[in-house]
Design a protein around this ligand. Structure first.
Ligand code: MN
Length: 228
């Protein structure tokens, strides 16, 4: 195959304890998956109808990479989220098949231009400029699924400049990991390499240039970087 221009690089993430990297195909995100966060946004959770949006694969930034403050916003918000990486895909997966499709887990930030999202919501416009901008998805190295066990009590947290901003437990998710994968697979044919952001607990707030952040899913992964 010869291309008319150089083909784009394949975005990827490191894997804890391995030399190989995880190639990223697509990035899916679920909205309003923790009731407390939905409340702080003035929304309610419709448990029967999970809400999804996407980011481009090349919006992902690896752990330790400086995050540039985006253009066109004065309200860049953090949303700490567990990230699920898929090694298998398919359509209309049941919960068992969904669980088997998981390669591993990480922690990421669903960075959001909150001011542009508010305008989009008010006008009924798509969320892309609020959610899918360049560098909007910093993600940790991935922990293979067989090397960790997630519990309802597993903590997810974000500290900014040493101060805890967001804290929750995975058991607070309205839709668990297998349910999210199964629901997504009714809308998209999932593929190996897909990443899924699983929603944020309460406490979202603004980041400024110079802020240092540390995101963690306990026993799974840590993501540390700064806004520049
Ligand atoms: Mn989010």
């Amino acid at each position: 195959m010869r291309y008319a221009i150089d083909p784009p690089a394949i975005p990827s993430l490191p894997i804890l304890g391995r030399e190989e990297r995880f190639p990223i195909r697509r990035v899916f995100c679920i909205g309003r998956n923790y009731a407390e966060h939905a409340r702080e946004m003035g929304a309610t959770v419709d448990a029967s109808a999970p809400m999804f949006f996407c980011k481009p694969a090349d919006a992902v930034l690896a752990d330790g990479t400086d995050v540039p403050y985006p253009t066109a916003t004065s309200e860049l918000h953090h949303e700490v989220e567990m990230v699920v990486a898929l090694k298998a895909g398919g359509s209309n997966l049941d919960a068992g098949q969904a669980a088997q499709a998981v390669f591993g887990y990480g922690v990421g930030l669903d960075l959001t231009r909150r001011d542009l999202q508010a305008i989009a919501k008010a006008k009924g416009h798509p969320w892309d400029v609020a959610k899918a901008f360049d560098h909007s998805a910093p993600v940790s190295a991935l922990r293979p699924a067989g090397e960790t066990t997630l519990h309802a009590g597993t903590r997810i947290s974000l500290a900014v400049n040493g101060q805890v901003r967001q804290q929750g437990r995975l058991g607070e998710m309205v839709h668990g990991v297998a349910d999210i994968i199964a629901a997504l697979s009714t809308l998209f044919e999932l593929k190996p390499g897909d990443l899924i952001f699983t929603g944020t607990p309460a406490g979202v707030a603004a980041l400024q240039r110079g802020d240092r952040f540390r995101a963690e899913v306990e026993g799974v992964a840590v993501l540390e970087s700064r806004i520049v």
